[in-house]
Design a protein around this ligand. Sequence first.
Ligand code: 4AD
Ligand code: MG
Length: 435
Amino acid sequence: MDQSSPAPRISELHDHAGQPVVVRGWVTHVRSSGKVAFAVIRDGTGVCQAVFVKSVVPPEVWERFGQLTTEASVLVTGIPKPEPRAPGGFDLQVSDLVIHGESPTDYPIQPKEHGVDHLLDNRHLWLRSPRQRAIFVIRNEIEQAVHDFYYQRGFLRVDTPLLTAAIGERAGLFETEYFEEGKAYLAQTGQLYGEAAAAAFGKIYTFGPTFRAEKSKTRRHLTEFWMIEPEVAWNDSADNMRLQEDFVAYLVQRVLEKCRPQLAELERDVAKLEKVTVPFVRIDYTDAVATLQSKGSDVKWGDDLGAEDEALLVEDYEKPVFVMNYPKEAKAFYMKENPADPRTVLCDDLLAPEGYGEIIGGSQREDDYEKMIARIKEEGLPLDAYGWYIELRKYGTFVHSGFGLGLERTVAWICGLPHIREAIAFPRMMHRLRP
Ligand code: 4AD
Ligand code: MG
């Protein structure tokens, strides 16, 4: 084995054309004509084609080629040469081959159609496919874009606890015993802590995992998902929606700018993404219900909108749609009563186009001390667990608003995935805890 040659990643081979290098990676497939043999090598940044010429390589190297199987890990020494017809655009003229880890021929994922349960059972291996890599490059770009967006706007990132006593949303709870303190719950949201941080620091966001013990087996529900939750002092509901549309348009723009090859790998229709520009559409809940009824839905005023209603509503638009000011009973306790119609609250759901449905839930927060206490009681929540939260309305209450963007739903939409489970490396769903 050549110890002196550099070992660039495959994406860096263009800097090493004509010079000996060691490529370290995994075999995706092999073929041989008897005199010349090829192995395509993947290293996570790309693929290159290792070319073995029988009359050139030492006999033991030729023999080792014969032992190569799919997903064996290898160290290949050779000279990279640009070759437009080769997978990845490079041939590697091989002089040496080391098989680092062999891979038995029963590799669970073969080049044929597999059922999704089989793929999910083998998620630890499925991640190696080009399609999965494209998804995770895009997810990574979105995560980086989130931080860039808020950093540029002077927001402070605040990390909020995952073990909590006060709950935020109505969805199911994961609970555990917490020493002498009673029950602890896995956080459904960082929002309540985000509100405290907004009173301290002005503009903040949280970015972390959240948990919901939801017994829903839909294509948009996980039990563990990542959420970005900005919270801004002195923003009202209209300011809040402007921030949301700027944010979502920025994320889509960044992916269009940086991830063209990955969007192509996923066969995403980018023309649809290019239409995602501000301003987004704004529809009042009451008007949305009337429209839905006229389209044949049996939704009634007072109901939250289900997935089917959301899809029906957005089918007339090519951009994301805000549905504003839902009835109080459909939404969480902390939302501010709408002064123009006290049956409703100052809130919005942002629905993604192409039937992807809700990606954001946001609202102006109730800032009146007495009203907040009344709402907590109405919801039957334990007042003592919310003591600190209510104090935010006692010591210098403030107008404030925020929202939560679900990362996996956003990734699924931008990538055009049919199901949210591919948008996270190791999905947690009602019937899936492994791998
Ligand atoms: O609408 P939700 O429940 O709002 C909140 O949690 C607020 N505390 C946010 C805030 O105002 N700070 O959830 C927000 C978003 C949803 O729009 C959706 O994108 C995502 O989180 N989400 C889920 N994603 C995957 N699986 C689930 N079970 C989800 N539940 C919500
Ligand atoms: Mg919601």
